[in-house]
Design a protein around this ligand. Structure first.
Ligand SMILES: [Zn+2]
Ligand SMILES: [Zn+2]
Length: 372
């Protein structure tokens, strides 16, 4: 057992508590990672406020990066390897994996729901009582024991704060454009919601050669960042989806091929859908409340062949897509550093959620064990 500091969610709705917990050594197929950075994601907030049911007490955090420090039986990763962590360690054997849908791996999703690692048990505890993992990772901590399959080796020159975003926000946003929508050069794209995922989608659209690219948000500050990152036009969203969509259609000669929804709000999903042209697709990425429903004008489907596509984790295969993303980052084509608006120590985790809630943050990164 190792004693580590970690941010524990004691119960749904309670404040996070930064405290010492015990971490057991890695079991078969697992590795111990000394964490250097963790992104703070809206899904963590969903776990705290109960939007998504989460087994407690839990150590939250599901995007991070660090260095492999120890390995369990049957692993091939070497100690000292720099890794980005993915919350989707696809098994490669279930029906969804066999259908080439590793991001929907049944084995990993069902293990995740139970709050353990892949074998259903937890490596975290406090005073002999179990503490559960979040998304098989729990990165709001100095160290984590994770499935080896969650580790994506990265070059040593990729800064940990950037690498820490690869396992969720960046791959979710870029993958929605590259994989789910299959955006091609000169396709018209709109991105609704300019937080970490939305701006990642915007960068994905830029690298795919989309044109025009319209950014939509309620915050003029976020829209000016979107413009710097490659949006060709921006729209300040109103609370009327029809009005926002009309504005986007006016800017894009009648509508977009692909409208990425990155807020999880039903009215924004409607605005995204209504902003598409014939055969265009709204790509729903944001996580809505469990009881949320969206309505779309039905005639649009047969009359215009408008489509709605769901997208989780950018329909990505992390071990394939993360190296592609890193390659473009190292060439200077993907300014992922710009997504990091704030950096805080582990003790600042509660403040991180305050920044997120106020709309001031794009992505907050926690510096753990000193970042590079
Ligand atoms: Zn996330
Ligand atoms: Zn699987």
């Amino acid at each position: 057992m190792t004693t580590i500091r970690a941010a524990v969610l004691p119960a749904t709705g309670a404040p996070l508590e930064v405290t010492e917990v015990e971490l057991a050594p890695p079991g078969p197929g697992e590795v111990l990672v000394r964490l250097h950075a963790s992104g703070v994601c809206h899904s963590d907030l969903n776990a705290i406020d109960g939007t998504a049911e989460t087994r407690c007490p839990a150590v939250l955090g599901h995007e991070g990066a660090g260095v492999v420090e120890a390995v369990g039986a049957g692993t091939v990763l070497a100690s000292g390897t720099h890794v980005a962590l993915s919350w989707m360690p696809a098994c490669g054997r279930c029906e969804e994996c066999a259908r080439d849908l590793p991001h929907l791996c049944r084995t990993a999703w069902s293990a995740m729901a139970k709050g353990g690692l892949l074998d259903g048990t937890t490596r975290l505890s406090r005073e002999g009582q179990p503490i559960y993992h979040y998304s098989l990772l729990s990165t709001f901590a100095e160290r984590a024991v994770v499935p080896e399959r969650s580790c994506i080796p990265i070059p040593d020159d990729v800064p940990f704060p950037v690498a820490g975003l690869l396992g969720c926000a960046v791959t979710t946003g870029i993958g929605a454009v590259w994989n789910t929508a299959g955006v091609r050069p000169a396709d018209r794209v709109a991105v609704f919601g300019c937080g970490g995922v939305g701006l990642s989608a915007l960068l994905g659209a830029v690298t795919a050669g989309a044109d025009p690219i319209v950014a939509v948000d309620v915050s003029p500050d976020k829209l000016s960042i979107a413009a710097e990152l490659g949006a060709t036009a921006t729209v300040v969203a109103t609370d009327r989806p029809e009005e926002t969509a009309e504005h986007v259609r006016d800017l894009t000669a009648g509508g977009v091929d692909c409208a990425i929804e990155a807020t999880g709000r039903p009215d924004v999903a409607r605005a995204a859908f209504l902003s598409t042209r014939a055969r265009g697709a709204a790509v729903l990425v944001g996580i809505p409340r469990v009881d949320a429903e969206v309505s779309f004008p039905a005639l649009s489907f047969p009359r215009m062949e408008r489509r709605v596509l769901g997208s989780i984790y950018g329909s990505s295969r992390a071990e394939r897509d993360v190296p592609k993303i890193i390659g473009l980052y190292r060439r200077g084509s993907l300014p992922l550093d710009r997504l990091i608006s704030h950096r805080l120590p582990l003790d600042g985790v509660q403040e991180a959620f305050g920044l997120m809630g106020s709309g001031a943050a794009i992505r907050v990164v926690l510096d753990l064990n000193g970042s590079g």
